[in-house]
Design a protein around this ligand. Structure first.
Ligand SMILES: [Zn+2]
Length: 255
């Protein structure tokens, strides 16, 4: 659903756990004439959060989100593309301080069901154009603006293992959604280890809170992720995962 935001009034407003309105207004795009109203498609945010969660990113950077028709033309567009509808973002995802290659993002986006994917956006290895179009498919390579690809795995020589790592359990696949029941009879905190910690870390990751790895060891990364999650979900921020935190982790929508 496309929602309209005021700019700059809503610039700091959160769209999701990791994105806010101002990030879709790229200052350099407008030649000083910032838009007063900014459309942003919530489906696009869902796409970005799914990819963010898939790789357990630290952050994502948007170089171009919403464009007015005039600025779309100024940057070489048609003046009517998905950026002008608030349905597209040129984005770089960062994990462990390193940008993820566009081929990983393109393959992941393809698996999620994204229909508009521009591999190597603007000709850059670590940038990807993603849009939330609902009809037709556009899989392009922006190094030469060729398009019509059907499978980015084949086109880029990427393997599933590169995209999904060791997370081959079906619960981790993009289509995985449903109910998870976890019985919690203890509080997990810094220093805890074992199977329950694996579950906690996996749950955090599924919500987009990378715990620095899913290794069954509750260390400072996991504690930080728990605190982040608690803060974002209005829980007591104590860094300890007990019934309330697990309840919230299990009650949300999984992706
Ligand atoms: Zn783009």
């Amino acid at each position: 659903m496309i929602r309209y935001y005021s700019y700059p009034a809503d610039a700091e407003a959160s769209l999701s756990a990791h994105f806010k309105v101002g990030e879709f207004v790229t200052y350099s795009d407008y030649g000083g004439n910032y838009p007063e109203q900014v459309p942003i498609d919530s489906d696009l945010i869902d796409i970005l959060e799914k990819i963010f969660a898939r790789f357990g990113c630290d952050c994502a950077v948007i170089s171009s989100g919403y464009r007015t028709p005039a600025c779309d033309i100024a940057v070489g567009g048609s003046g009517g593309g998905y950026h002008t509808l608030g349905m597209a973002a040129d984005v770089q995802f960062i994990k462990d301080g390193q940008p993820l290659h566009s081929r990983l993002i393109a393959c992941c986006a393809q698996d999620i069901g994204v229909k508009g994917i521009g591999y190597r956006c603007g000709g850059a290895e670590y940038w990807t154009h993603l849009d939330s179009r609902t009809s037709g498919t556009w899989f392009g390579d922006e190094t030469d603006y060729s398009c019509g690809y059907s499978d980015f795995y084949a086109y880029t020589g990427t393997t599933k293992a590169e995209v999904y790592g060791d997370a081959t359990d079906s619960a981790w696949q993009p289509s995985g959604s449903g109910n998870v029941q976890v019985t919690v009879d203890c509080n997990l905190c810094n220093g805890s280890t074992g199977r329950a910690v694996y579950v906690l870390q996996a749950l955090l990751l599924s919500h987009g809170y990378g715990a620095g790895g899913v290794d069954g060891i509750f260390g400072s990364g996991t504690e930080a992720a728990v605190r982040d999650f608690q803060y974002q979900n209005a829980l007591e921020v104590d860094g300890v995962a007990g019934k309330q935190t697990f309840g919230k982790l299990c009650g949300g929508e999984f992706y």
